[in-house]
Design a protein around this ligand. Sequence first.
Ligand SMILES: [Zn+2]
Length: 116
Amino acid sequence: MRRDKKREKEIAKERINKLFALCDRTIESRTIESKPELAKRYAELAKKIAMRYKVKMPTEFKRRICKGCGAFLKPGVNLRVRLQGGKLIYTCLSCGTVKRYPYLKEKKMGKKQQLL
Ligand SMILES: [Zn+2]
């Protein structure tokens, strides 16, 4: 039987989205022990699935994984989000890694606008 690559990718994407929701729930849960570690493991699993099936991680999920320590980040738990000069500043409160992301959805801009 031939493997259905397209279907596999769809399943992979579904699993990634489910893991994202799971990370989100896990990290704010007060009943699960060692929740940041658990959320981190789910995030790592999602990354592995994305790599294995060559699917893209959703942008929002990608941003919520710390580039420094790999922790799953959640505002109010271990992530500080600030808006500064049209950029979102994400600070991981576990290791201090700071990332900047454009706040507005990037659109094709004229050269004049880019200089501003
Ligand atoms: Zn970190």
